[in-house]
Design a binder for this molecule. Structure first.
Ligand code: NAD
Ligand code: G3P
Length: 347
């Protein structure tokens, strides 16, 4: 496993600590790693002759690494991306898997994505969860990668819709910011604490069955549906619309897989993007994203704000802003000083 080398406060190197104590004290403290996981600080050494390479790092670091990986891999190697992000160039949105494909060229035969409701520390404690593997060749490369990851506490389903899976993983972080704004405003907070997952599921199912319109809004509110459920439903709707507009081949079923609605709910309740957006709303404009990230995450990185900004560029470029009121509002709150309390104004 390649580890970006860092010097810890006590002067030791992170890779030395991982190899000696089998614990990543900076990014996954308190979790004992298997002894066969070896931290290798030299990237070329870590990937040399690999037949499968797994990418799991904040996407902003990827471009500088790809040239150092290219030509070290076993020819025809497969790549798997766990990166939940989105990039953008002059032509429009760039998928992280396309960035990997372009960066590694003919060195890789297939690039798959693995996304789902997978909060890292819960997984590290071996709590049960599911994930969706998006692979254009489910019977071939998909079956091999599924076998690599699937185990009794981590069930992996394969779908031939890698683009849908990847876009879900990136876009849910934007909705998570909206959920965090809600929490920072104390909207529906008591309701959220008082109700369990079943009620959230019921609320989403009800909302999916009855689109939110001016006519039924009061009725829905009267039935005590959660603010957060409305945000999640709207978010899912905009995620789906964006995917379909950009890639009409994206499958509806993908939104019901772990990478879709499950990851969306998990992130809107337990993720770092939600947590930092709550802090952002509570600070009332006094704290920027970099400061919040530093204060709340101890060296980890948010994907939501960057993805929101890149997504906004795409919506602007394609003149789709009016069709995505939630995504647009999240951007305006996150970057243009719009008050978080106006989040649902345009919905
Ligand atoms: N943490 C989760 O619960 C989780 C779950 C599923 C998917 N993901 C996705 O996985 C990706 C990585 O997230 P994460 O939580 O592991 O990372 P993170 O946010 O914890 O960021 C820390 C990671 O970045 C690396 N890093 C720091 N500076 C670097 C540099 N200059 N160059 C290269 N690497 C550097 C660190 O070594 C560490 O691995 C993201 O796209 C995230 O959305 C995260
Ligand atoms: O902590 P977040 O917000 O990056 O979300 C973590 C994972 O993506 C949840 O599946």
């Amino acid at each position: 496993m390649w580890v970006f080398e860092e010097e810890l406060d006590d002067g030791r190197k992170l890779s030395d600590v991982i190899n000696a104590d089998h614990e990543n004290v900076k990014y996954l403290p308190g979790i004992q790693l298997p002894t066969n996981v070896r931290a290798v600080p030299d990237l070329s050494d870590a990937v040399r002759n690999a037949s499968i390479v797994v990418f799991v790092l904040p996407h902003q670091f990827l471009p500088s690494l790809l040239p150092r990986i290219s030509s070290c891999l076993h020819r025809g190697a497969m790549a798997v991306s766990l990166v939940k992000g989105l990039d953008f160039d002059d032509e429009g949105p760039v998928l992280i898997t396309d960035m990997i494909r372009e960066g590694l060229g003919e060195d890789v035969s297939e690039v798959c994505v693995l996304m789902g409701a997978n909060v890292a520390d819960e997984m590290a404690r071996d709590e049960f969860c599911e994930a969706t593997l998006g692979c254009p060749d489910p019977e071939g490369a998909g079956a091999v990668v599924q076998q690599l990851f699937d185990c009794p506490t981590f069930r992996v389903e394969v779908t031939p819709d890698p683009i849908g899976v990847e876009l879900c993983g990136a876009l849910k972080n934007v909705v998570a910011l909206a959920a965090g704004f809600c929490d920072g405003l104390d909207w529906g907070g008591n309701t959220k604490v008082g109700l369990g997952g079943k009620c959230v599921g019921w609320a989403i199912k009800t909302l999916l069955a009855s689109p939110l319109t001016a006519d039924n809004w009061d009725g829905l509110r009267g039935r005590a549906l959660l603010w957060i459920a409305a945000i999640i439903r709207r978010g899912l709707e905009e995620m789906r619309l964006f995917c379909k507009l950009l890639h009409p081949s994206v499958r509806d079923m993908t939104f019901f897989e772990s990478c879709g609605v499950a990851d969306l709910i998990t992130t809107c309740y337990g993720g770092r993007n939600r947590k930092c957006a709550e802090t952002f709303a509570r600070a009332g404009g006094a704290m920027g994203w970099d400061e919040i990230e530093k204060e709340e995450l101890g060296g980890q990185h948010l994907q939501g704000p960057q993805t929101t900004s890149k997504l906004h560029k795409v919506l602007e470029q394609k003149k789709w802003l009016s069709r995505f009121p939630l995504f647009r509002s999240v951007y305006q709150i996150a970057y243009q000083g719009r008050p978080p309390a106006t989040l649902v104004q345009d919905l």
